[in-house]
Write a protein that binds this ligand. Structure first.
Ligand SMILES: [Fe+2]
Length: 379
């Protein structure tokens, strides 16, 4: 452990200047290019409690029946979250908007897609449902309806004063005491035991581009932040993240709020209503978002964010080592709950992974070193 208490940012390399031992992430030809992350779908054992959490989080109920919940944000998407009543809570999958000329027949023929009935998509759409390699349902939809956006308050800091610069003169900052307004769904992060298969599938089916690739000690990519390919239109630094790990699961999703004040006020509302705060407020390193993480009653993580990076399609992918210190630039230390708990259940999972050959002991030790290496020198 260092006692110098000097922070070190992890190294970062553009793809054109990779160290010799780092492998480039192979990029397959895309079958179609997604233009938008539309909504997420969950099964929930307690739909009332789920609705309470998401409402305090800033989502707005569009419709609710005994067994179905549809919620929107302030933007023009008819829905950004759908939940169904079920015996067991689980993440079901995500829906993405694809161009109208997408060859749905070919997807049914070659990729095992099945057609979606128009009425299952709030706002109406054509599309298909696919299964990703881990069994998450991925809906590709087009001709999706829109709704009128809800009025947003003005950003609180169009002119933020900084040291030596005070553009805000004779004007105060007064924030409303209210839940954060979620404008839209930003990204979804999935953990997998087979990074390469999952990453390849998402690049092929959604045309997503690597923004930042993290590799293990052996130089093999292990986690990638992917953005949509919108050409010259700036896209969020990441819309889909595929993270190598010890299980296939939903990791978290992130929802964009108005601004920094919405993030802070939103935290107060969630806190006073007894929800489970996980991590924040801080600033991420990769993607640069200001973040605040919460867990719902089932333990699923949901992130509020604002002020994220946006890149056009031509921005070169960057690479860096897979390390916990790359998770955040400042804020509270990353909580232990972000990493696998060393429980008998986890040990059993690891034994099964080793036996099946899905992970090697060498790789397991590399992953363990990452988790056990303190992200900050004072830990
Ligand atoms: Fe995130």
């Amino acid at each position: 452990m260092s006692h110098t208490k000097v922070l070190r940012a992890p190294p970062e390399f553009p793809e054109s200047a990779l160290p010799a031992h780092v492998h480039k992430l192979a990029r397959p030809v895309a079958l179609q290019k997604a233009t938008q992350l539309a909504f997420l779908r969950f099964d929930k054992a307690d739909l009332d409690e789920a609705q309470r959490f998401w409402t305090d989080f800033g989502l707005i109920t569009v419709s609710r029946t005994a067994d179905k919940l549809v919620m929107r944000g302030a933007g023009s998407a008819p829905a950004i979250l759908m939940a169904s009543k079920a015996k067991v809570s689980r993440y079901v999958g995500a829906a993405f908007v694809v161009p109208p000329d997408t060859d749905f027949e070919r997807l049914q023929r070659d990729s095992g897609a099945r057609p979606l009935a128009a009425h299952v998509v709030p706002g109406g759409a054509r599309g298909v449902s696919l299964l990703d390699p881990d069994g998450n349902e991925v809906w590709l939809i087009t001709d999706w309806g829109t709704v009128d956006p809800l009025p947003l308050r003005e950003p609180k800091h169009p002119h933020m004063n900084a040291l030596g610069q005070t553009p805000r003169v004779n004007a105060t900052v007064r924030t409303d005491i209210e839940a954060a307004t979620v404008g839209r769904l930003g990204h979804v992060v999935m953990q997998t035991t087979d990074f390469h298969t999952m990453a390849d599938w998402y690049m092929r089916q959604l045309g997503v581009i690597p923004s930042d690739v993290q590799y293990l000690d052996d130089g093999a990519p292990f986690l990638t932040f992917f953005r949509l390919d919108l050409g010259n239109t700036p896209a969020d630094h990441h819309t889909v993240v595929i993270a190598g790990g010890l299980e296939a699961c939903y990791e978290h999703s992130a929802w964009e709020v108005n601004d920094l004040d919405a993030l802070g006020q939103g935290q107060q509302v969630l806190r006073v209503n007894g929800h489970d705060h996980m991590w924040g407020i801080g600033r991420h390193l990769l993607g640069s978002q200001l973040f605040d993480y919460w867990r719902d009653a089932d333990g699923y993580a949901f992130e509020h964010y604002t002020d994220g990076d946006v890149f056009t399609a031509d921005r070169e992918p960057h690479y860096g080592p897979f390390t916990t210190s790359a998770l955040w630039a400042w804020g509270h230390d990353v909580p232990a709950s972000m990493f696998p708990a060393k429980t008998p259940a986890m040990l059993w999972r690891v034994i099964k992974l080793l036996r099946s050959g899905r992970v090697t002991l060498k790789r397991l030790l590399m992953m363990g070193r990452v988790v056990d290496t303190p992200a900050r020198p004072w830990k």
